[in-house]
Design a protein around this ligand. Structure first.
Ligand code: BGC
Length: 717
């Protein structure tokens, strides 16, 4: 006799056996996710015993990582699992979820900053550490990675994703899923990933959160889908449906997007969870008249688990009774959820060890430092003002963020303790103990006095961690009020000025660039922002990050991204419109996608392709040699772009198709090889079909998207 409690049976068999024993009420209970508010503890315990709750969101507001939150601790986690496992009729454990966006105890750079490292292996390692720390907390599911392509830095959530490019984002998506989930979810150190927000949330009209947006299916498939496809292929256990609409249909209610494309075409086997109150919000969006219709629309569309709305538990019983929702659809949703719970091993051991140390491990902190160093981007370095001298010069380290702690951690930081955060000033003191440092960071007149007394100035500017993230949008992406004025005043002192910018999103830096001798974009890089920035400032580390998103010159240039479509009037190959569309500014961005400087220089030579003509099913190989022509060892991020020159539908002027981070000693050279296969050569063409079309293709290699080093080949029939 098969029994789902038997650990030796396969997940499939256990799931089917359990499903066959469940009542409709118990099945609907598995679709129900509640908030882990402490105030609801009694209610929650009752629900666990009655099998009416499947999961908890470890947050009490929708601004999880941004608010102090009241969430239950180990005792409550273990008690609830004990009640669910031993006192409910069938003993189905809970599967709690938490927004672990860039670390749990050890805080890494924000995802947008992580993308600036162009190192999927580091993203994977960070997710692996975050998984371990989250699992040690008793939670086995994260609502991450966020895979929304975002091209509007006014939108606060741009910080949660990996930037503007589908290929870069797809690489990071796969790395992140592998890091969270590992080889097997049954490993107690791993957690289930949730690819979110499927799909198009990053289009955010005008940079406003939760706004209506729209795009064609062509754009959807070619720009927004690739990261989700990569996450599904990497085995993401869950997907979150997004709030936004596409083509007049909220994604939460779109059978086409959730069932046909995600579960059908992409073959997604896990379950779909709604976003916070998104089912109920179908009423606000005007497509559901009431909560019952909202439940019907979302469930029929393919949303399996209801986050907080209680729409499913209230209305699915009647909808099933009335025959509007089939028992097969109910079983399909429950099966998907149970399978993930079985795969996580929750039926066999859902408990957390309350005695496990919750301290940050040194090795995690060390890795966080290396990661932060790789993510920071040197934007300007005139006359080699950087690296700074380690002794002999008096250096003022000033600015509103010079001694900040929380701000450096960034939004969506679940670790609310200040322990272990080092400021930029502390980082500088550690990186250059001999240096004579003067600091001031609160009163502007004191900052100026410090600058006056010094020979060089490091001015630390940027955003608070609360000025970005969910529902934290700004209309103008200038530095916060007063900071430019401070920079202007410091500049007037006539000393070398190095601006260090700590932010989650791109800011407009035209004047900062103009007034500074050097600019280092340090992002909100988590615990190790201070030490990592300091190592770079003093040359202990050679900067190597490159921008994963275009930095506009003015807010009015938004949207501006490198991989745009051709302009009907401009026949030249402009990657950003050169002969401007505006009378009052250039069409060029401040810093292009893929851009970042080093303390050394790299030369590219010998770009070749293997074959001048290939068929659509053949693979093209691209080779280029990179040489370190400077005096310091360093990393270069070698990029490969493609342009499909003649196609049935328009294609972007350039598209990233490969990158490699390489390390070169002074004088050393390395050949870097890229392969272009069917997936990279093709696109979703007419009728949404993936195709590789014959014709001319240009291949570019270089250190950022503006590279002109190119060759060409042809795809023949
Ligand atoms: C956000 C999601 C998040 C959820 C749970 C929502 O408001 O949009 O990204 O996972 O809250 O915290």
């Amino acid at each position: 006799m098969k029994n789902y409690k038997d650990k030796n049976l396969s997940v499939r068999v256990r799931t089917e056996d359990l499903l066959s024993r469940m009542t409709i009420e118990e099945k609907i209970g598995q679709l129900n996710q509640l908030s882990a508010k402490l105030s609801d503890a009694d209610e929650m315990r009752k629900n666990a015993v009655q099998g009416l709750v499947s999961s908890r969101v470890m947050a009490s507001t929708a601004f999880a990582g941004n608010e102090e939150q009241e969430i239950t601790g180990f005792d409550e986690i273990n008690l609830l699992q004990e009640l669910a496992l031993n006192q409910s009729r069938l003993g189905i454990p809970l599967m709690d979820g938490w927004d672990i966006v860039h670390g749990q105890r050890t805080i890494f750079p924000l995802p947008l900053a992580q993308a600036a490292g162009w190192a999927p292996e580091l993203v994977q390692r960070a997710a692996e550490i975050a998984a371990l720390e989250t699992a040690e907390w008793g939670v086995r599911w994260t609502f991450a990675p966020m895979l929304d392509i975002a091209r509007d830095p006014r939108w606060g959530r741009i910080v949660e994703g990996f930037g503007e490019d589908p290929y870069l984002c797809a690489q990071m998506a796969a790395a992140s899923v592998k890091g969270f989930q590992g080889e097997s979810l049954s490993d107690k150190r791993r957690i289930a990933a949730c690819a979110k927000h499927y799909i198009g949330y990053g289009m955010s009209c005008g940079g406003r959160d939760y706004s209506a947006c729209d795009c064609s299916e062509h754009e959807l498939r070619n720009t927004y889908l690739p990261p989700f496809k990569a996450a599904v292929e990497a085995g993401a256990a869950t997907v979150m449906a997004s709030f936004n609409e596409i083509g007049g249909e909220p994604v939460t209610g779109s059978k086409h997007l959730l069932t046909d494309i995600l579960k059908g075409e992409l073959g997604f086997q896990g379950f779909v969870v709604s976003d916070w109150y998104a089912i109920h919000q179908l009423i606000n969006q005007g497509v559901a008249e009431n909560r019952k219709e909202a439940a019907y629309i979302a469930f029929d569309a393919g949303v399996d688990m209801d986050m907080l709305d209680l729409c499913y538990s209230e209305h699915l019983p009647a909808l099933i009774e009335e025959g509007r929702i089939s028992k097969e659809r109910l079983d399909d949703a429950v099966r998907r959820i149970l399978e993930v719970k079985f795969r996580l091993g929750l039926f066999d051991d859902p408990y957390v060890d309350p005695n496990a140390s919750q301290r940050i491990r040194d090795e995690h902190m060390e890795f966080a430092k290396v990661f932060a160093e790789k993510c920071m981007v040197l934007l300007k370095n005139e006359n080699n003002v950087l690296p700074l001298p380690k002794s002999g010069r008096k250096i003022a380290v000033i600015g509103p963020l010079a001694e900040a702690k929380r701000a450096l951690m960034g939004s969506w930081t679940q670790n609310k303790s200040d322990e272990g955060i080092q400021t930029i000033v502390e980082g500088v003191q550690a990186a250059a103990p001999e240096a004579e440092i003067i600091t001031a960071s609160s009163l502007y007149d004191e900052m100026l006095m410090a600058a006056q007394r010094a020979e060089m100035v490091v001015l630390v500017l940027g955003e608070s961690d609360r000025r970005n993230g969910e529902h934290a949008c700004i209309a103008d992406i200038e530095l916060p009020v007063g900071q430019l004025e401070l920079l202007r005043a410091v500049r007037r002192l006539g000393k070398p000025v190095v601006s260090v910018i700590c932010s989650g999103r791109p800011l407009v830096l035209e004047e900062v660039d103009h007034l500074s001798d050097a600019v280092l974009y340090a992002w909100h890089s988590g615990h190790q922002t201070g030490p990592a920035a300091a190592e770079i400032l003093f040359g202990n580390v050679n900067p190597s990050g490159k921008l994963p998103v275009t930095f506009p010159r003015t807010t009015g240039q938004i949207p501006i991204y490198y991989n745009h479509k051709p302009n009907a009037r401009q026949i030249d190959e402009y990657y950003y419109p050169e002969s401007t569309d505006y009378f009052d500014t250039t069409g060029k961005p401040m810093y292009p996608f893929g851009y970042g400087l080093s303390y050394t220089t790299f030369a590219y030579s010998g770009l070749t392709i293997d074959k001048e003509k290939i068929t659509a099913d053949e693979v093209q190989t691209v080779r280029v040699t990179v040489t370190n022509t400077g005096n310091m060892e360093g990393d270069e991020i070698v990029q490969c772009y493609l342009r499909d020159c003649s196609s049935a539908l328009t294609r972007p002027l350039k598209e990233l198709k490969g990158f490699q981070r390489i390390h070169l000693a002074p004088g050393a050279s390395q050949e870097v090889v890229f392969t272009l296969d069917r997936e990279k050569l093709g696109y979703y063409g007419k009728g949404g079909k993936f195709c590789v079309e014959p014709g001319k293709f240009m291949v570019y290699t270089g250190g950022n998207c503006l590279t002109e080093m190119c060759t060409q080949f042809e795809i023949v029939k």
